[in-house]
Design a protein around this ligand. Structure first.
Ligand SMILES: Nc1nc2c(c(=O)[nH]1)N[C@H]1C(S)=C(S)[C@@H](COP(=O)(O)OP(=O)(O)OC[C@H]3O[C@@H](n4cnc5c(=O)[nH]c(N)nc54)[C@H](O)[C@@H]3O)O[C@H]1N2
Ligand SMILES: Nc1nc2c(c(=O)[nH]1)N[C@H]1C(S)=C(S)[C@@H](COP(=O)(O)OP(=O)(O)OC[C@H]3O[C@@H](n4cnc5c(=O)[nH]c(N)nc54)[C@H](O)[C@@H]3O)O[C@H]1N2
Ligand code: SF4
Ligand SMILES: [Mo]
Length: 815
């Protein structure tokens, strides 16, 4: 039997269930089964930050499908294309099933004992020769909370290394940074429920229609009902999201601060700033007013290319709307002045007093499903429970909780951010790098450099994944991981809603959960507290969750009122959940008191321009004492701009049918067929200038590398090209095609998030659509990529995509 309630490939968002402002979003249950299950197991989707509740259908020990959970506040039964199809990857025949150890350049199968002993031996050796500062962890936004917390305690309370960060650095570091700057702490002020009532949605650098399809369905249902909200989209491309915009601003990449300053300028000049709210609940307004004064619509047009009239139309809405929800994502976080720009979106809310009330909230979006938990638990460059590494009292709390000496917990400088961890590995001061649930050989910028680092003889690389990824190929030890559906754990979406996802089936072969791997490592390393007791006193997911609860008591992300039982009752629950709020908290800051007081704040702040950290003394001297912080910023030019040699802007991003490096979605036939290969999107004007036709092979070069992609024409500003970055080499090593061959190693001074959204490139027509690209010109690059991947392909032409489906001219470009 094969059963599905809808065709999510051809109808991404499904049928409308219109509703009026304030009405509860009606349920619609989406389901996709390959066979009739003999039981259902409670889960939640891990293929984006939306965190949709679902049940996993199981038959004879195998996953046979999923069904959206009608009672869940997040999705009320809906699932999108990835949620409905992504589970196919679990039973893919090429799952990793045993540990692998590299010997004489080749992998051989090994037992867990052998592999873990090797890792422990290596750890001890590095500690002896280089201290624990020689060990780095590069983790994920895709593990479960219990796994991160265990890892965080191992790193901070056991080893005492400051070098631990997640790929969340590439993803939502700016969300955390912008929330800390404005409100003192991470944690979204708003909630999805605000979308059900709001009058206006502002989306900055966020293509929600493709990237959180179920959340977008929620907005589409408002648009189909009475009193639909206004939609303002700021994105240089005409995306699915932009198609529904009341106003679509298309700035030049990297100019978000200029555009936001222009909007703030016009709101203030319209007399729409709420002076009473500003006086009572914020600091810093005067400086903002001074700064944005010169950002007239005409000046902003010069800087950003946004026509003054369009800016005025958007500002008219923002100045008059009674309620506002803003979302911000990678078009800001991965672009120039990431934190500064994200903070200006917060400022729109603060100067209009549109926060902490139904319909008014900010979602500094997350991307990965569990990125919020990497941040909460301190498995990224933060401390557990949103504690401040600069606050001695906060360090003492952790030292007491773990019963370790406070000097064990690295806090003499900010925890090392991912880009710096890679730099240390490159320079040789990090000797062992343990990579979990992330694929940096495709996802980090400037791949040629990353491949060189991974290959260094003096770097011991451990990769913990479910598949032989482009990264795993370089490992010294590969650990086969159980994934979603094969292990139990919890995670938190961008609406602060915590879900549980349960083990439905056994992992393949000897694959183990990440939690079990970390617990095993802690046991073998024999980490002890000051009393001689084991540092890690938990043994499974639920006991890890209980330990985590103790770490959050009294913190903004208070989990103490949650239990596994409660989470299994039919819906996710938003934190804080505690004795006072046993059912959770939909919206933060309803009393307009923010965690900015010096004793509460997660950071003492930074200079938005340089990233220089403020000291505790400086912060205390102007203690905001619970008021939100308005911080202004001037526009700055991107670090690389087009010139004669590289005359075009490149930006990169996503498509609806794939998740990241496609390790899961590329193994679902339906999703892979829907988006089989990378492409380069160029404007009709540029296509004409370069003599390019739809489907032609195009060579795209930057200062760092080159790729060859087919052309898709339209829906983008002239002077800008776009490449989806999903496509690496595991399923097609025949030509250089990963967008990150081209991107640059630059990052935001405050959040340290890399700049994937702009680079200078040149393009040329390489071959006609029906021709195979000849090997000659690209030989070197291909050899580099293939050599490093250990592939035995002789020419670029081999296996390349002449037989692959041609891009459909009618298909939307960002599909
Ligand atoms: N289908 C799908 N969904 C996903 C994912 C996926 O891989 N596939 N990944 C998840 C993850 S981890 C994340 S982080 C999110 C990302 O979700 P999004 O941020 O929505 O995705 P992107 O396509 O990376 O970037 C969004 C938009 O930024 C625009 N942009 C580029 N430069 C600029 C600029 O300078 N200014 C402005 N204003 N806009 C600019 C691009 O044109 C693009 O449309 O999606 C999540 N959901
Ligand atoms: N050019 C460009 N580059 C980008 C971006 C961009 O917009 N443009 N976006 C950036 C962003 S926002 C992000 S989030 C990153 C994402 O980049 P990556 O994290 O590198 O991407 P994924 O493909 O999601 O890699 C996750 C890996 O974890 C494995 N995995 C899944 N579940 C589990 C599990 O439970 N346990 C273990 N051990 N492994 C598991 C998967 O098989 C996969 O190999 O990419 C960044 N790179
Ligand atoms: S919107 Fe995100 S969480 Fe929901 S089904 Fe789609 S991929 Fe999964
Ligand atoms: Mo992300």
């Amino acid at each position: 039997m094969s059963d599905r309630t809808r065709d999510s490939i051809n109808d991404i968002w499904g049928a409308r269930t219109p509703h009026a402002a304030g009405a509860i979003w009606p349920a619609r249950v989406d389901e996709h089964l390959s066979e009739t299950p003999d039981r259902w197991v409670r889960g939640a989707c891990v293929l984006c930050s939306n965190g949709c509740g679902l049940d996993i259908g199981v038959k004879a020990g195998r996953i046979v499908g999923v069904r959206g959970l009608a009672s869940d506040v997040t999705n009320r039964g809906r699932l999108g294309p990835k949620g409905l199809h992504g589970w196919a990857a679990n039973h893919s025949p090429d799952r990793l099933t045993t540990p692998l150890i590299r010997e004489d350049g080749q992998f051989r199968e090994a037992s867990w004992d052998e592999a873990m002993d090797l890792i422990v031996r290596q750890s001890r050796q590095v500690i002896e020769s280089h201290t624990a500062m020689g060990i780095g962890f590069y983790t994920s936004g895709q593990l479960f909370l219990e796994e991160y917390y265990t890892l965080s305690v191992i790193g901070k309370g056991g080893l005492g290394t400051p070098h631990m960060d997640g790929n969340t650095r590439l993803c939502t570091a700016t969300a955390a940074a912008a929330l800390k700057v404005s409100f003192g702490s991470d944690g979204q002020p708003g909630a999805y429920e605000d979308l059900d009532v709001t009058d206006t949605v502002l989306m900055v650098g966020h293509n929600m229609a493709s990237q959180q399809t179920v959340l977008w369905a929620r907005i589409l249902d408002r648009l189909a009902g009475p009193n639909p909200p206004w939609i303002i989209v700021i994105d240089p491309r005409r995306t699915f999201t932009a198609e529904h915009a009341t106003v679509h601003l298309t700035p030049r990449v990297g100019t978000n601060v200029a555009v936001m300053n222009g909007l703030l300028h016009l709101i203030i000049h319209a007399g729409a700033a709420d002076q009473t709210f500003i006086d009572a609940h914020t600091v810093g307004y005067d400086d903002l007013q001074r700064t944005v004064e010169r950002y007239t619509p005409e000046y902003v047009q010069d800087l950003s290319g946004v026509p003054a009239a369009d800016l005025r139309r958007a500002a008219d809405i923002l100045a008059t709307t009674p309620t506002l929800v803003s979302t911000v994502l990678q078009g800001v976080y991965q672009s120039m002045q990431a934190t500064a720009a994200a903070v200006q979106v917060n400022n729109v809310h603060l100067i209009r007093g549109l926060i902490g009330r139904p319909g008014s909230g900010i979602l500094q979006m997350n991307g990965q499903p569990t990125a919020q938990n990497t941040r909460e638990t301190g498995a990224d460059g933060d401390l557990p429970g949103f504690r401040n590494w600069g606050n001695a009292g906060h360090i003492e709390q952790l030292a007491t909780l773990w019963n370790v000496h406070r000097h064990t917990i690295p806090h003499w400088s900010p925890p090392t951010h991912a880009m710096q961890i890679w730099r240390y590995a490159e320079q040789g001061s990090i000797r062992m790098l343990w990579i979990q649930a992330t694929n940096p050989a495709v996802s980090l910028p400037h791949l040629d450099r990353i491949r060189r680092i991974l290959q260094k003889d003096d770097l011991f690389v451990v990769v913990q994944d479910a598949f032989m990824t482009e990264t795993a190929r370089y490992a010294d030890v590969v650990l086969p991981a159980a994934i979603w559906g094969e292990k139990t754990g919890t995670f938190t979406n961008v609406s602060r809603t915590v879900h549980i996802s349960c083990k439905a089936v056994e992992p393949p072969g000897e694959a183990r959960s990440d939690l079990d791997i970390f617990l095993d490592y802690a046991r073998r390393m024999d980490f002890r507290d000051q009393g001689g007791q084991p540092l890690i006193r938990w043994h499974d997911a639920e006991s890890a969750f209980e330990a985590w609860k103790a770490c959050t008591r009294g913190r903004p992300c208070d989990y103490t009122g949650l239990t596994y039982e409660k989470l299994l009752a039919g819906s996710g629950i938003p934190w804080p959940v505690n004795e006072q709020r046993p059912d959770g908290t939909v919206r933060l800051y309803t009393d307009f008191v923010f965690p900015t007081a010096a004793d509460d704040a997660e950071t003492y702040g930074h200079d938005l321009d340089t990233g220089a950290a403020h000291t505790e003394q400086e912060y205390r001297a102007n203690d905001p004492q619970g008021r939100a912080i308005i911080k202004a910023a001037e526009h700055r030019e991107p670090h690389e701009t087009p010139d004669e040699e590289y005359p075009l802007w490149l930006t990169t991003g996503r498509q609806v049918y794939h998740f990241h490096t496609r390790t899961k979605t590329g193994r679902s036939q339906a999703l892979q067929d829907a988006a089989p290969d990378a492409f380069v999107q160029i404007s009709a004007e540029d296509a004409q200038q370069y003599g390019i036709e739809q489907g032609d092979w195009i060579l795209i070069e930057s200062r760092r590398g080159l790729v060859i992609e087919r052309a898709r024409i339209g829906d983008i500003k002239p002077g800008l090209v776009f490449i989806p970055w999903h496509y690496g080499y595991w399923d097609d090593p025949s030509r250089p095609r990963a967008a990150n061959e081209l991107t640059l190693t630059e990052w935001d001074p405050v959040s340290k998030q890399p700049h994937y959204k702009y680079a200078a490139v040149r393009i040329s027509r390489y071959a006609a659509r029906d021709a195979l690209p000849a090997p000659g010109l690209i030989g070197r690059a291909v050899k580099a990529v293939q050599g490093l991947l250990g592939q035995e392909r002789s020419s670029a032409a081999q296996g390349s995509s002449a037989q692959e489906p041609q891009p459909k001219t009618t298909q939307r470009v960002d599909g």
